[in-house]
Design a protein. Structure first.
Ligand code: LIP
Length: 257
């Protein structure tokens, strides 16, 4: 697989992603959970092209039935638009997030924000890049030195009390918190040192597969909130960091520090 070909293919989705008319052609999937004609357009642009370029790799995507996918092989894991609510509001913080999993873990990723024209990429053992330039996580040694991005699990309002208790604990001990609305961008911002840690519950594998490959190649650490490998078949509660603050992050989330 050549990353150059993959990057060029993902960048071709820019025209679809910036089509504001399609961004307002919306279906409601659930509480605060939407899909637009842009989501479908990006998915149906990439799906046949990836199959033609890499016929032996399976395909999993947010806006389709993935029940037949066998995670023991190689699988594309696509979020056609991560940050769909941001897209609908023209908040300009959304990304095409394409990960590649091999034997159940991410080994490559491309995350592209068409609004900023920033493309994050990584392949296992090859380093992580932003628009072709190498990126590394920050040097923050403690949460007190950190900017921490948080997610609010907006599709699961029943988690609000629990989530905001954790967010309050992180706010008290960190420099400050941020909330961008795209898990893939949060993981990539951690990879390039713009933020130092990230927490969000009940994310889906397509929200984080590509960003995990990129953040790990940039020297960071991503686990579920118990410290284990996230699932790539079920939703996971994600803790991500520059690695240096990861133990403290897990303890603060658990309320043990
Ligand atoms: C979104 C994530 C975001 C999270 C939302 C949703 P989507 O992905 O990127 O961080 O808070 O609940 O999961 O649904 O826009 O692809």
């Amino acid at each position: 697989m050549t990353m150059k070909k993959l990057i060029e293919l993902v960048k071709e989705t820019r025209k679809i992603a910036l089509d504001s008319g399609s961004a307002h052609d919306i279906e409601i999937k659930g509480t605060a959970d939407f899909v637009t004609k842009v989501d479908y357009g990006v998915q149906e642009f990439l799906r046949p092209r990836l199959r033609e370029m890499y016929p032996d790799i399976q395909f999993m995507s947010e806006e389709m039935d993935n029940s037949g996918v066998d995670m023991s092989g190689r699988v594309w894991i696509l979020d056609p638009i991560d940050g769909t609510t941001n897209l609908i509001h023209d908040y300009r913080m959304s990304a095409v997030s394409l990960g590649l999993a091999e034997n159940g873990v991410p080994v490559a990723g491309v995350v592209y924000n068409p609004f900023s024209d920033e493309l994050f990429s990584a392949e296992r053992g090859g380093g992580a890049f932003l628009n072709g330039k190498p990126i590394r996580v920050s040097g923050a040694e403690t949460l007190a030195q950190s900017l921490v991005s948080v997610g609010t699990s907006p599709y699961y309002k029943e988690l609000a009390d629990e989530n905001f208790e954790v967010i309050k604990r992180l706010f008290i001990c960190a420099e400050d918190i941020r909330r961008c609305g795209s898990a893939a961008m949060d993981l990539c911002y951690t990879a390039c040192g713009r933020i130092d840690a990230y927490f969000e519950r009940r994310l889906k594998p397509w929200d984080y597969a590509a960003g995990i490959a990129i953040l790990r190649e940039a020297g960071g650490c991503v686990t579920d909130i118990s410290g284990a490998e996230p699932s790539y078949t079920e939703p996971s509660d994600i803790a991500a960091s520059n690695g240096r603050v990861h133990s403290e992050l897990i303890e603060r989330i658990a309320g043990k520090a």
